[in-house]
Design a protein around this ligand. Sequence first.
Ligand code: NAI
Ligand code: MG
Length: 354
Amino acid sequence: MKTFNIAVIAGDGIGKEVVPEGIRVLAAAGDRFGFRFDWHAFDWSCETYARTGKMMPADGIEQLRPFDAIFLGAVGHPSVPDHISLWGLLIPIRRSFRQYVNLRPVRLFEGIETPLKNWKAGEIDFCVVRENNEGEYSNIGGRLYEGTEDELAMQQTVFTRRGVNRVLRFAFDLARTRKKHVTSATKSNGIIHTMPFWDELFQEVSSAYSDVHTDQYHIDILTAHFVRHPDWFDVVVGSNLFGDILSDLGPAVVGSIGIAPSANLNPEREFPSMFEPVHGSAPDIAGRGIANPIGQIWSGAMMLRHLGAPEAADAVESAIAETLARSKVRTPDIGGNATTKELGAAIAAIVSGK
Ligand code: NAI
Ligand code: MG
């Protein structure tokens, strides 16, 4: 029987509560579709940091390298500055493993209330493709004259032809499997070196995909269109910063942050890819067993698709849709009083087909 070797980093807060539900549902999918998982847990987290002064061991990346994929919960604790937890764990994994695509689907489900009026399930269905390795999130920069009147801070944005082209190509390839439409986020009127470069490469790459319809918007009006015209989009591609913002706004317009999934992909499969919900460790509700596990479970479905088990991925996604549309088993964030475990078990039962 095919076995997938998965590194599991549950992390902090509700990460520890939702990851077991993701595993429960994926295991049910494996039983039904004829494969199994070998889960290997790593206790890397802010708790580990408090004990050892490091988010992960010095050879952490080497330890993760042999796995087929990484299944991550959430990392972050109020006692540790967020830039330490992020740059000590998530960012090194994304960069060392060339996970240059951060893919976040945005879909309006039946049974989920959206802050937008008059939209029905199925009418909003697009993907945000965020550049995940370079751009605005670089560690090139520094400070001068700290603590004085002359203090200054600088941070360099880095766009490379290789880095921009590969994420654009991913977006166009993805569009070919969907509605054949790519929207690019830009700001070439204000950011006059890197953004015109991005726009030029977008033109260049699009000429190789004449079957794909394209448009582009400055990021400011694009955020407004996400709210006013969410049905305009199919695949939306943006730099690290713009993609980060759009990929929180997208899930927000279709309902709870607790259901939004993401994939950090190395499309060439030279390294493991990483699958994690969009939400963080939610310290405000951690430890109460009421976190919504759907973001984690849906991230698991994205992992199945990446591992080459599309029927199993479809089964998990339909079980999520069916539960949201018809089941009374709902966590408080989506209007019920079920626990994390009850919702995970309800979805697993549908996936099992029992
Ligand atoms: P958050 O996503 O943890 O929480 C935001 C709000 O959404 C909270 O009110 C929370 O209760 C609610 N929420 C989030 N996930 C939920 C779920 N599954 N079910 C029900 N309600 C849910 O974002 P916040 O508060 O900004 O960050 C908390 C910590 O998480 C910080 O340390 C931050 O750095 C970290 N973080 C980590 C991420 C990651 O590991 N990829 C991503 C985002 C934040
Ligand atoms: Mg973010």
